[in-house]
Ligand binder design. Structure first.
Ligand SMILES: [Zn+2]
Length: 534
């Protein structure tokens, strides 16, 4: 029996159990009981605000790039292990990847995921409204990925307490998106069957409002490919005619792609960097590499771009008498989110509402908006976003490899308000709020929504049947998920090694010490907020 069928049957059996008279339904899952349990779980999240703050600050201070989330993973799994979760480490051959699982018996299996990696060169003091790196040139949380798993753990521990107290069956699975900035783990998790037996996934991502959407998300999917050329070295002045330059080939591929760009549909996006451009001018480069992200709003469009790029690479190799090889180093399907989970979640978003921002929070936010010339000058969000329905025409933009998970099990992404609206992203300014009360309050609000939504699905199994119905009969009706990575593409775990080797020794002494300081702001000696350079 395939896993799709077995999951459906399990859900139906479970549902049947719940609808039997004299069972759970009458034992305590009346509407008012569910309401009370959700109030209790939300209050429990509030009580954990300090724990949440410490986790958010701690992960911020680790500032680890993709595939090197060593301290982050050790710290977060330590907390889960203490709470009785069973940890499987090193999943999909990625040393920093893990899945944590805790079960209270028969019931829905609900996964909570979020990313943990940071951004190169985004090191930044929190709470100060101007560019001030903690360590010059070092990575930093200029995407805000330090907040999501702390949010999920807070929600999970609150739910766990309620499940124990009220004898509610079900299983919680917590997992991190490793190297999300490289789109480097989730397609591998899917390929390796890590979501088998999981009924649904709530993913969380930092944003500047409390929001959820269903249907095709705005943004793209992508394939990330590195092309490597090999030629022949020679003395660049003594016998250049004997050399065949791999760098010429990489440059010509870049030029070729830039001509191609004129003919790309506006929804398509692509960008590249040279990862190897030779060693020194007087040696004809025998090796060179160029790395592309190729994005589109459909799988077919992405694969067409990939084919075009392969042709251009072959052309560049022909022109230079070099050889070309390529390697897929990342993949992300365009995202599609579940209607039933999103609608259930949105009702909880409306109950939780946005955090109460202090004047200090707002002052910092407005000052940051000003320093990056944002069109938005009004500070932090004070009005909730609408429930976002599928857009009529797709909109281009970024990608997230949660797309692959969203085509494997019913999934949504909760966006939570831990950052300032109107920033450009992947930038030091996006790190400023991420270890301040803005991030802490946003994570607590998000954790309440996640915890309440998990309670909804644990106590009303018919919701899961409906979510699955949307997944099988609406979402997948016209689209078949085909992985972009092959059965044996390895995850590119060697990426970022040199950068982390360079900066980890400088970052280590600055890790947040919660035994000595109340907050990371305090440890760094930041007056909150600092609006101007002294
Ligand atoms: Zn992200």
């Amino acid at each position: 029996m395939n896993s799709k069928k077995s999951r459906l049957i399990r859900i139906l059996l479970f549902c049947a159990l719940f609808t039997l008279p004299q069972t759970y339904a009458q034992k305590g899952y009346s509407k008012s009981a569910i309401r009370k349990q959700k109030q209790a779980v939300s209050a429990n999240v509030d009580q954990r605000h300090k724990e949440t703050q410490v986790m958010v600050d701690k992960v911020f201070s680790f500032a680890e790039l993709g595939f090197h989330e060593v301290e982050t993973s050790k710290y977060l799994t330590g907390i889960l292990q203490k709470a009785g979760f069973e940890i499987t480490s090193g999943v999909s051959g990625i040393p920093t990847a893990w899945f944590a699982r805790w079960s209270n018996g028969e019931g829905p299996v609900i996964a909570l995921g979020s990313d943990v990696d940071c951004i190169p060169k985004a090191s930044q003091y929190p709470g100060v409204a101007f560019h001030k790196p903690i360590v010059e040139g070092a990575p930093g949380h200029g995407e805000g990925h330090n907040s999501g798993v702390p949010l999920n753990i807070t929600a999970a521990l609150a739910v766990q307490e309620l499940m124990k107290e009220n004898n509610i069956g079900g299983t919680l699975v917590i997992w991190p998106g490793i190297a999300e900035e490289l789109l480097g783990s989730k397609a591998w998790f899917v390929r390796d069957g890590l979501f088998k037996g999981v009924d649904m996934c709530i993913f969380t991502h930092v944003s500047s409002n409390l929001a959820v959407s269903w249907g095709q998300a705005t943004g793209t999917g992508l394939i990330s490919v590195e092309y490597s050329f090999e030629g022949e070295a020679a003395h660049s002045a003594g016998s250049p005619w004997r050399g065949r330059s791999a760098l010429d080939a990489a440059e010509l591929m870049n030029v070729g792609w830039n001509y191609k760009r004129e003919h790309l549909h506006p929804l398509k996006r692509s960008h590249s960097i040279f990862t190897d451009a030779g060693d020194q001018p007087n040696v004809v480069p025998s090796k060179a590499s160029i790395w592309f992200y190729l994005r589109d709003v459909t799988y077919e469009g992405i694969m067409e771009m990939y084919e075009d790029a392969n042709h251009i690479a072959q052309g560049a190799a022909l022109m230079t008498d070099t050889e070309v090889t390529s390697r897929v180093v990342g993949a992300a399907w365009p995202r599609h989110f579940n209607k039933v989970i999103a609608e259930t979640m949105y009702a909880n978003i409306q109950q939780v509402g946005l955090p109460e921002w202090s004047e200090a929070d707002q002052e910092l936010a407005r000052a940051v908006q000003k320093v990056v010339n944002s069109k938005d000058s009004t500070g932090l969000a004070t009005e909730l976003s609408e429930l976002r329905k599928p857009v009529e025409r797709p909109i281009s933009g970024g990608s997230d490899d949660i797309g692959d998970v969203s085509w494997t099990i019913p999934t949504v992404t909760l966006r939570f308000p831990s950052n300032v609206p109107g920033l450009q992203g992947h930038h030091w300014s996006n790190a400023i709020a991420m270890a301040t009360p803005i991030a802490h309050k946003g994570a607590t609000a998000g954790a309440k929504v996640v915890a309440m939504t998990v309670m909804d699905f644990l106590t009303q199994p018919e919701l899961l049947v409906q979510a699955n119905d949307y997944f099988e009969n609406v979402q997948k009706k016209e689209t078949e998920y085909r992985p972009m990575i092959s059965a044996d593409d390895p995850p590119p775990i060697e990426l970022n090694t040199a950068i982390m080797n360079e900066f980890r020794p400088q970052l280590e002494p600055l890790y947040f010490d919660e035994t000595k300081y109340d907050s990371y702001l305090e440890q760094l000696g930041v007056t909150y907020p600092t609006l101007k350079e002294e």
